[in-house]
Design a protein. Structure first.
Length: 82
């Protein structure tokens, strides 16, 4: 079944894939230190993404309307507008 708590990269290879793998009711993602590339689209409610150590996302984090209760902590986002 779906796990409501995941670790990147131990359980899932990317933050985006971890968000997709959470149940429709949301859950918690713990991201180990490192650099992560790409778009993270949060389209589920109550998704919590916590950085463990120095975590940098090189890309964008997008929250859809249905992403109520989303929470980010301990992440640096180097956004790209291109």
């Amino acid at each position: 079944g779906e796990k409501a708590e995941l670790r990147v990269p131990a359980d899932v290879g990317s933050i985006a894939a971890a968000v997709d793998a959470l149940p429709v009711s949301g859950g918690t993602i713990h991201v180990d230190a490192g650099f992560y590339e790409g778009l993270v689209l949060v389209s589920k409610p109550f998704v919590k993404i916590f950085g463990v150590g120095r975590v940098t996302i090189r890309g964008q984090v997008v929250f859809r309307e249905c992403a109520m209760g989303a929470h980010l902590r301990g992440l640096r986002i180097d956004a790209s507008c291109s």
